[in-house]
Design a protein around this ligand. Structure first.
Ligand code: BG6
Length: 488
């Protein structure tokens, strides 16, 4: 069980709080991780009766927590930890006095201030907390990705937070880092001797990292149309996955050591110059189509206005260091695609000499396939003799490791794990300011080039794998995006 804490959610009845934070806290409570003396203060701009708020939270739990984890008695006890707070985040005169009063006598209790609000309000939240002397040595602030809109705005936000909080008190969330399977990438790489000597440009031909989604706007038009896939997914989730695949081994599994290695990767990313953007980056936007057999609207229809925002991005990236020189990393993400999946394909080089060529066999290069979701498995694709064949017939077979079948019981959700880590002050799975900086430095020139050249995204039919132009990113003719759901 964790130490007592006060979790304060600014934007307490917003989408993030209702869909992710409160369900995650209930899940933590239901497995005994939260002490009964902890509190969850849900801050809102409109007055809320306790009963109204608890009814809302009950509904949200029913919607977002798996039924098997719902338990009437635990739910009631959990709801008892929740308190509505009427607070105008900007105006110090409105509610801050009463709010500060809530912490009297709890100076030593860990405080977690979760900014589930627009970044434009971060400054006044921090300032008001400071003016009311609410920032104690064991206080932490949590913010969501993407931090900022570009390098400059991210720096402004970081500067503002740094005025009031030490870097160790700032927890920048990228929920992909809270996923079990994402953490397993580190285990796979750094606890298996097998891979270390072949994890480089000498042995690896290329790497593909894909996060594909079936969902569309999901009611987040305001945010998404400003951000687009590049800021929403590439700047954070995809680059974090790339870091975990490409980084050197940290000396120890400590927050600062892991971050240091990730930062080195981000800094080594080769800048994609204006004149290279066209051949190294493809952006797309979904048109109408069928997803899972259902007709869906185009992005513009969902949005209800004209827009050049990209809902798909594919990039060929290079890391300029000894380990990875010359190895293309293909990154891809998009909404309204054929299947929901997050997968990494490590494609090895082919054997140097094919002794089977006279028998007419082309050899397929080995692949290590890591599927992060919806299934969680690792496959190693090898060539083998088809048993019983007269001539030596070869075929590709896979060594399969189904991670789910090796696990029992409930596993924490990404938000559950990250919130508990933040309460503990453990920042290993959070993003350092320098990572944010380096990621924007790489992303900004691409977005700037689109803007300067008035680049329109390629249209793709919803329910497909995105614009066909993305296949042209591959240098070699017989290479293409691997879609696991379509591999036999
Ligand atoms: C969020 C993005 O960070 O990640 C969403 O803002 C996206 O647009 C979501 O849908 C995907 O997360 P997951 O865990 O469902 O792959």
């Amino acid at each position: 069980m964790k130490q007592n804490f006060d979790l304060v959610i600014f934007g307490g009845t917003g989408d993030l709080s209702m869909r992710k934070l409160l369900p995650a806290m209930y899940q933590a409570y239901s497995v005994g991780e939260i002490s009964p003396l902890s509190r969850i203060l849900v801050c809102t701009r409109k007055p809320q009766e306790v009963e109204t708020l608890t009814a809302k939270v009950e509904t949200t739990l029913r919607q977002f927590v798996p039924e098997s984890q719902l338990d009437g008695e635990k739910q009631n006890l959990f709801l008892g930890l929740i308190q509505p707070v009427l607070l105008d985040l900007i105006n110090l005169e409105n509610g801050w006095g009463e709010f500060a009063g809530l912490f009297a006598g709890r100076e030593d209790t860990v405080r977690l201030f979760y900014l589930a609000v627009a970044p434009s309000i971060y400054g006044s939240c921090c300032k008001n907390l400071s003016l009311k002397n609410l920032i104690t040595p064991t206080s932490r602030i949590v913010v969501e990705k993407p931090l900022g809109y570009d390098y400059e705005t991210a720096e402004e936000i970081n500067e503002t937070m740094a005025k009031y909080f030490q870097e160790e008190q700032i927890f920048r969330i990228d929920h992909y880092l809270g996923k079990d399977t994402v953490q397993n990438l580190l285990a796979l790489r750094f606890s298996n001797f097998l891979f270390e000597n072949i994890w480089d440009a000498k042995s690896i031909d290329h790497i593909q990292i894909s996060i594909t989604e079936q969902v569309g706007l999901e009611g987040r038009a305001g945010f998404y149309n400003e951000a687009g896939a590049m800021r929403d997914m590439v700047q954070n989730h995809l680059l974090q996955l790339l870091c975990l695949i490409a980084m050197e081994s940290p000396n120890k599994l400590l927050a600062e050591e892991v971050r240091l290695e990730k930062i080195k990767v981000l800094k080594a990313l080769k800048t994609i110059k204006d004149n290279e953007v066209n051949k190294s980056v493809v952006s797309g936007q979904y048109a109408t189509g069928q997803v899972n057999g259902e007709q869906v609207d185009s992005y513009l229809e969902e949005l209800g206005e004209q827009s050049q925002t990209e809902t798909y991005v594919a990039i060929k990236a290079y890391i300029e260091n000894w380990r990875w020189a010359g190895v293309p990393f293909y990154l891809r993400t998009g909404k309204r695609l054929k299947k929901r999946s997050a997968e990494i394909i490590i494609q090895f080089k082919n054997v140097t000499h094919n002794v089977y060529s006279e028998l007419g066999h082309n050899l397929q290069p080995n692949r290590l396939i890591i599927q992060l979701q919806p299934e969680e498995k690792i496959q190693l694709m090898l060539m083998a003799k088809a048993l019983g064949s007269e001539n030596t017939q070869l075929k590709t077979i896979s060594l399969d490791l189904d991670l789910q079948s090796h696990n029992s019981g409930n596993r924490p959700t990404a938000y559950q794990r990250l919130l508990l880590d933040a309460i503990d002050g453990n920042s290993t799975l959070f993003i350092h300011r320098d990572e944010v900086r380096a990621a924007w430095k790489w992303i900004d020139p691409i977005i700037e080039s689109w803007k300067q050249n008035r680049k329109s995204p390629e249209l793709y039919d919803a329910g497909t794998w995105g614009p066909s132009k993305a296949d042209k990113l591959f240098d070699k003719q017989d290479y293409c995006w691997v879609n696991l759901s379509e591999l036999s």
